[in-house]
Design a protein around this ligand. Structure first.
Ligand code: GLN
Length: 285
């Protein structure tokens, strides 16, 4: 018997709720059906009692099955919303997280003119693109060691018609031309190599190089903090996302490398998530 939009959503939600929290199951069921029908959430609500035609119902069931096999919703849809932007996402990039919007907000607060900004390990380009969109007076350079990820970032920049962002293939600072920045931002890999979360949920489908960073998760953060001062103008800022329990270690590293005014910001889940410091003109760099 044909079922309504609402009934299809309900049955998908029940299946998905077996392995994601109920509120996420609701959103995931909606996102998958919105994708199949190419409609927005308002349409689903307005047409809740419409019968779903067989082809759409069949396609929806297939997507729900893929999700039940573990494939991330962002990979099934090929996109993810981040800071109000729809970004292409592939298995070559980290899936942008709401936590990282905290980093973008903090970066935008530091911007007070036409600044030169660097995003290290840009992945899909999420951070660089959000900053470039909201600070059109700034030039943003986005680097990534992964050519495949950088291709996605370039596609996103082109689709959003952002001309103040440039992508460069570089392993952290290694291939950058000689230049200095007013603000360096990064969401580097910061999970411990043997963290069991890497074997769970969406993380299984994301590039390990974007997630894990040595035994203590701080290998890449250590390198970025050590090298950043040479690439910062006087008064320039370094701003890093990190693990919920890494703020003390990141603060200590920043302090050891001459950064001042070091502060940590909490994410929406109330976890210390972003730490930044400033290079002062009196510091050796
Ligand atoms: N915050 C992400 C997670 O724990 C990890 C992202 C990262 O390593 N930069 O799933």
């Amino acid at each position: 018997m044909p079922k309504t939009v609402q009934q299809w959503l309900q049955s998908a939600r029940q299946q998905l709720a077996q392995f994601v929290p109920p509120d996420e199951a609701t959103i995931e069921a909606q996102l998958l059906l919105m994708h199949v029908l190419n409609v927005n959430r308002a349409w689903l609500i307005a047409h809740a009692t419409d019968l779903l035609e067989a082809v759409a119902a069949n396609n929806f069931e297939k997507l729900v099955q893929r999700r039940l096999q573990g494939e991330p919703v962002a990979h099934i849809l090929g996109s993810r919303e981040f800071f109000g932007l729809t970004l292409k996402v592939t298995p070559d990039t980290l899936i942008p997280r709401p936590d990282t919007e905290t980093l973008v907000e903090a970066a935008l607060q530091k911007i007070n003119g036409p600044m030169h900004i660097l995003d290290l390990g840009t992945g899909s380009g999420a951070i660089a693109l959000a900053i470039a969109r909201h600070a059109p007076q700034c030039e943003v350079i986005a680097v990534d060691a992964s050519a495949a990820a950088l291709a996605v970032a370039k596609e996103n920049a082109a689709a959003l018609q952002l001309v103040n962002m440039e992508c460069i293939a570089s392993n952290w600072f290694a291939a950058l031309p000689e230049c200095k920045f007013d603000l360096i931002v990064s969401n580097p890999p910061y999970i411990e190599d043997n963290d069991p979360h890497l074997q769970q949920g969406d993380l299984r489908f994301e590039p390990l190089s974007a997630l894990a960073s040595g035994a203590d998760g701080l290998q890449d953060i250590r390198q970025v903090i050590a090298q950043a001062p040479a690439y910062l103008n006087d008064g320039g800022w370094l701003m890093l996302e990190h693990g919920y329990n890494q703020a003390p270690a990141v603060q200590k590293l920043l302090n050891a490398h001459g950064f001042q005014d070091i502060q940590t910001i909490k994410d929406l889940g109330d976890n210390p998530r972003v730490t930044h410091g400033q290079i002062g003109s009196t510091n050796p760099v």
